[in-house]
Ligand binder design. Sequence first.
Ligand code: G1P
Length: 289
Amino acid sequence: MSFKVRKAVLPAAGLGTRFLPATKAMPKEMLTLVDKPLIQYVVEEAVDSGIESLVIVTGRDKSAIENHFDISYELEQTLQERGKTEIFEQVRGVADIAKISYTRQKQPLGLGHAIYQAKDFVESEPFAVLLPDDIIDSSTPALKQMIEVFEKYQSPVIATMQVEGEAISRFGVIDAEEIAPNVFKIRDMVEKPSVADAPSDLAIVGRYIFTPDIFRAIETTTPGAGGEIQITDAMRNLLKERDFYAVRVDGVRHDAGDKFGFLKATVEFALKRADLGEEFRDYLRTLKL
Ligand code: G1P
């Protein structure tokens, strides 16, 4: 029997410590690249990849995320009264974007534990996980590139990208064999290895397609790097029983949860905007760097 990937899980419970004080009272997922929150870019990527319903795993002080994807009556009414049709449609479009539900991770016990909170939502289907910090700018949505591979192999698929030098130790890293252009069969994986221990330069980036047996694997995973229940460790356990594949996704990844990554993403997204790009480019040229 072959399955379609219809559901997606977005872990958004992290404390955003890399971005304090901005994230003291505001969810990091609501930081904006130009005028759109990070999490909206990722929800759009999921929807553009064919996902029909999503669950966002939130935590304390994350209600701005729910409000963002809800109808805002006063705002919409005011915009309509003032004849601001275009912006009204944009605002309403955000509320209509997809079927979104919410669940909470009550304690910050790691990414594996956050994903586990979606068990009841997922039931017995394959599902995608998208990390909202990782913004992937690509002509074909990154998740869509992965779904094509999932449909062929009917096995879990993770996204990978090549990372140069010491930065590799900030990622999960795979040991894998390329079996088709940009498609790998995974031999092993490790979460945040030292540079010397990294098995390759292929980093795991924040997109995954799992089968429901990942939940059983998470249940038997003990805390790893950082004392947290790591999804990489759960995948590694499951790798003993089933095949995992990786897709070297075509696109540019921005680590928007990091200040420097966020700045770079802001500049690149602003330069691409039809309404701002030219003026912004001219402005950047006047800076004496
Ligand atoms: C998480 C994963 C890691 C992956 C990374 C991609 O780490 O645990 O395997 O490489 O996302 O962004 P985090 O960045 O949450 O520490």
